[in-house]
Design a protein around this ligand. Sequence first.
Ligand code: CMP
Length: 143
Amino acid sequence: MERTFLMVKPDGVQRNLIGEIVSRFEKKGFQLVGAKLMHIPTELAEQHYGEHKERPFFGELVDFITSGPVFAMVWEGENVIATARQMMGSTNPKDAAPGTIRGDFGLTVGKNVIHGSDSPASAAREIGLFFKEAELVEYKKLV
Ligand code: CMP
């Protein structure tokens, strides 16, 4: 079953949006298999956003994501990587459709509430950066 890494960013945590965001993915039918409220160490933030290292906003990005607690999650389900991206909306909230998380709750590209893996390779890499295998649960089929 496909897995993705999602993270409520410091702006989303401070605005008390964890419950709203978790609820959207639960109601969609995905299963939460791992979660933690944490401060991201600078080194982990630089690794996580390594592909943006040469961008002019890299320093700002690392400063912001380490500025307060984030809520890191692993979600599982059919096509969860692409569907979660649709549910999050465009990276820049000004382009994100109403009904998406960024469309409903975000205003600026820097403080865009949530991060989600953009491919199976990113999902595997990001899950591995943030979670040990033993921190992820398995569900037994109920029926
Ligand atoms: P995220 O999905 O976490 O992945 C990379 C992040 O870079 C992205 O969300 C944005 O929050 C951030 N980002 C993209 N463009 C800019 C920018 N011009 N200024 C600041 N942050 C940016």
